[in-house]
Design a protein around this ligand. Structure first.
Ligand SMILES: O=c1ccn([C@H]2C[C@H](O)[C@@H](CO)O2)c(=O)[nH]1
Ligand SMILES: [Zn+2]
Length: 295
């Protein structure tokens, strides 16, 4: 467990601290909390649902990697299954600011990668920026998504985003998080390439049709997948490398532990992630090998 998470736990009030420690220090903890563990946590701590989610935010924010702003944002997305998914902002030195990942995007892509197909609510330690409000409007069930901030009552996303622009304005009815399999295949035995193709098959790219996915191998041999997530307003889209690096960070693997990366995308599409992926990896560590497959 990283020091920032230990510090966040240490600062929690008792008896919440004991109950959280039991969950977070379990060897299998993966920055999510099951519905069952969460129900027990509520009972032990004697907190309401909203109070407990807000009280957990410092744990989520402790995953933040923000060397530029030093502004630590935490978010907790709850899936239809009742599981809570932590998320935090990530900034990258040496590349454009628009490569950053916001805490809301982090928690949502975390839930997506681990198989949630709809969210009930999201809890955030700061009011969501316009970019995140737009990102959330891409989600399946966006019209019923509740946004919970500290010291406020929960409000629907659309209260924060009135007169919303969204996928339907572009004639798209395939929302982000709806399970998909684009069915692309390659004749490959390489585990990392297969993982990147799997990610590509789960990607959300209704606007460019540039289906894309990334797989990152860390120096322990673990593989972290990232699916491309497009947005109707284009700019809030999440590139596949960022989705994978965010998942890696939430799995407690640092950016210094990347060993190898594979990027897969649709051949002859009207955009490409290749140059941005190369630039990001170059900024992190020029020695990281990148394999590229256009299929
Ligand atoms: O809704 C927001 C607003 C900002 N940030 C992050 C982005 C950047 O890392 C830092 C400063 O904007 O805070 C979020 O994560 N969510
Ligand atoms: Zn934001």
């Amino acid at each position: 467990m990283r020091a920032s998470v230990q510090e966040a736990i240490a600062a929690l009030p008792t008896p919440f601290k004991e109950a959280v420690t039991k969950i977070v220090s379990a060897p299998k903890f993966d920055a999510t909390i099951s519905a069952q563990d969460y129900a027990e946590l509520l009972e032990k701590a004697g907190l309401s649902d909203a109070e407990a989610r807000v009280a957990l935010l410092p744990i989520a924010a402790a995953y933040s990697v923000a060397p530029i702003s030093k502004f630590y944002v935490g978010a907790i997305a709850r899936g239809e299954s009742g599981r809570l998914y932590l998320g935090a902002n990530m900034e990258y030195e040496g590349v454009q600011l628009n490569q950053s990942v916001h805490a809301e995007q982090s928690a949502i892509s975390h839930a997506w990668l681990k198989g949630e197909s709809q969210l009930k609510d999201i809890t955030i330690n700061y009011s969501p920026c316009g970019h995140c409000r737009q990102f959330m409007n891409e989600l399946k069930g966006a019209e019923s998504l509740q946004v919970q901030l500290p010291d406020r009552e929960a409000k629907l996303l659309h209260t924060y985003l009135p007169e919303a622009f969204g996928p339907s304005d572009l004639g798209i009815d395939q929302p982000l998080l709806a399970p998909v399999n684009h069915g692309l295949t390659v004749q490959e035995d390489d585990e990392l390439i297969k993982a990147a193709v799997d990610a590509t098959n789960r990607s959300h790219a209704p606007y460019t049709r540039n289906l894309s996915g990334v797989a990152v191998r860390d120096n322990q041999g673990n593989v972290h997948m990232g699916m491309y997530a497009e947005n109707a307003a284009f700019n809030p889209s999440m590139p596949p490398l960022q989705v994978a690096l965010n998942l890696m960070n939430l799995a407690d693997v640092s950016l210094a532990e990347i060993q190898e990366v594979v990027l897969v995308e649709t051949a002859n599409a009207n955009n490409s992630h290749l140059q941005d992926t190369q630039a990001m990896l170059e900024a992190l560590n020029p020695d990281i090998p990148l394999s590229y497959l256009a299929i």
